[in-house]
Design a protein around this ligand. Structure first.
Ligand SMILES: Cc1ncc(COP(=O)(O)O)c(C=O)c1O
Length: 495
């Protein structure tokens, strides 16, 4: 057999020899089942040591191109399907895949394909560190938090078992969550009523899967939290938008606006996302009544209910739920970190079994390691201390932001309900259709804001900004607001 000895000069010699022989195999110059020249002959052909040839042959064998038969030599594999780091053919970059045959895809995949690209969203989140960070989704951390979290994580690493987690959630974490939601949110429940999820986002998905998506609808706050909306849409639900005002969901519109097939409703009663209203008691009653009359279920997304500053305490909607109509969803994304992907759900009792089984089917349970670390963090008291510390930080930043906005942009209407980690600023109708250029101009000045248009079914209706205060350094708040005010003035003057 004569083989070619083409060294391309890229990388180590054994890699070049590997590529040269691989090319001969792929091009058919070396036939399937054919014996390669001996190591000695190859060493002489390539002008390399036997050791180098051995390394090349080992790589070819590991990638499935050749196999060695003791005492007989090295042979080209009979079956090259799937051989090689590139699937036995050319590198991925050089491959041209066949066009996608969409007829094989599920309705879910088709809807996921048409959703806005997840990559772009992630890139925006992880964009280069802005100087003025008004993002609302990133909580503050302290040195003491880091130290305590590392302690909890180290202890968890020693404690966790080798087997699969309980799909319901680690018992210790469920116990701690049950105590916490009873105390802090009046959600009176036992550890067995709590299910641990990988983020509130997974809770929305699991709840969706327990209801009829195709032909069904979900009554949804408008504007509302787009990541929840996307989950319902992907699961086949039609979205029935119900308006919100400064007090939250306009529950008096439900009878008229929510279609008969809406058996689910999503709401953020503790702090409406994004406008900020806190749902008053009468509306809470109206909402629960509506659900009971329609045999519908409410998803109460209590994503930042623990943060109250000027607002008086309002217990969760779940605490008023006598009839088992509410899925209570809480998350550690604001109280610890969103990167943990850890949330909890207290479903209506009758749906608990279906919900836990859905969790099992989808991912076999959340990571034991992360759950155990969180459980120890709560159990040790570090969580309560952390919450107290960050609340002080947020209270200061909030006051500075509100003061600065009132002084520098007095013409805008500020919605501040005294709760949560962001405020909402109505700029007025003159800014409809101009939010995109405004955000781009601000990002040039290294000012980061979440894109408020995402929260609207029709983004053209958006004429507001969402300003978070959890991340931004207090000394930068007024300067950041001054830049925003100047940009608004400039755009008004140009109009
Ligand atoms: C309204 C709302 N719900 C829930 C979440 C958190 O979701 P997750 O637990 O999936 O991080 C956020 C995050 O910012 C939110 O704005």
């Amino acid at each position: 057999v004569t083989i070619r000895t083409i060294l391309d000069g890229k990388g180590a010699l054994y890699q070049q020899i590997y590529r040269s022989i691989r090319e001969d195999i792929l091009s058919g110059r070396l036939k399937r089942g054919e014996r390669l020249p001996s190591v000695r002959e190859l060493a002489s052909d390539f002008g390399a040591s036997r050791m180098v040839i051995q390394d090349s042959l080992e790589c070819l064998a590991a990638d499935g191109f050749v196999y060695s038969s003791p005492g007989r030599g090295v042979f080209v594999s009979d079956n090259l399907d799937g051989a090689g780091p590139h699937g036995g053919s050319r590198p991925a970059s050089a491959r041209v895949e066949s066009p996608l045959d969409q007829s094989a895809l599920s309705e879910f995949a088709m809807r996921a394909l048409s959703a806005s690209p997840a990559d772009a969203f992630y890139k925006r989140l992880s964009a280069r560190a802005p100087i003025f960070d008004f993002a609302y989704w990133m909580p503050a951390t302290t040195d003491s938090f880091r130290a305590k979290w590392v302690q909890a994580a180290a202890a968890a690493a020693k404690l966790i078992g080798a087997s699969y987690p309980d799909p319901h959630g680690e018992p210790l974490l469920r116990q701690e969550i049950a105590k916490y939601v009873c105390r802090a949110r009046d959600v009176f429940c036992e550890p067995e009523d709590v299910v641990v999820c990988s983020g509130a986002q997974q809770a929305f998905d699991l709840i969706s899967r327990c209801f009829k998506g195709e032909g069904g609808a979900v009554a949804f706050e408008e504007p509302g939290y787009f990541n929840a909306r996307r989950s319902f849409e992907a699961n086949g639900f039609a979205i029935a938008p119900i308006g919100v005002d400064d007090k939250g969901l306009q529950t008096f519109l439900l009878d008229e606006m929510a279609p008969r097939n809406a058996r689910l409703l999503y709401a953020t009663p503790s702090h409406q996302m994004p406008v900020g209203g806190i749902l008053p008691l009468e509306r809470r009653r109206e909402l629960l009544d509506w659900a009971e009359r329609r045999s519908a279920y409410i998803i109460e997304d209590d994503y930042d209910g623990e943060f109250r500053f000027a607002a008086k305490y309002v217990p969760s909607l779940k605490s008023m739920d006598e009839k088992g109509r509410v899925f209570y969803v809480g998350t550690f994304s604001k109280t610890i970190l969103p990167s943990l992907r850890l949330a909890y759900v207290v479903p209506p009792k009758q749906l608990l079994g279906a919900f836990v089984n859905a969790k099992m089917i989808i991912d076999h349970g959340a990571s034991s390691f992360v759950q155990t670390a969180a459980a120890l963090f709560l159990e040790s008291g570090a969580f309560a201390q952390h919450l107290a510390a960050v609340k002080r930080i947020y209270a200061e930043r909030r006051d500075l932001l509100i003061e600065s906005l009132s002084a520098r942009i007095p013409e805008a209407r500020l919605i501040d309900s005294g709760a949560g980690l962001h405020v909402h600023l109505y700029l007025g109708e003159a800014f409809r259709g101009k939010i995109g250029p405004l955000l781009s101009a601000l990002s040039q000045k290294s000012i980061l804001l979440s894109d408020p248009r995402d929260y609207y079914m029709d983004p053209a209706n958006c004429d507001s900004l969402i300003l978070g205060y959890a991340q931004i350094h207090p000394e930068l708040i007024d300067e950041g607001v001054a830049h925003i005010a100047a940009q608004l003035q400039m755009m008004k003057a140009a109009a």
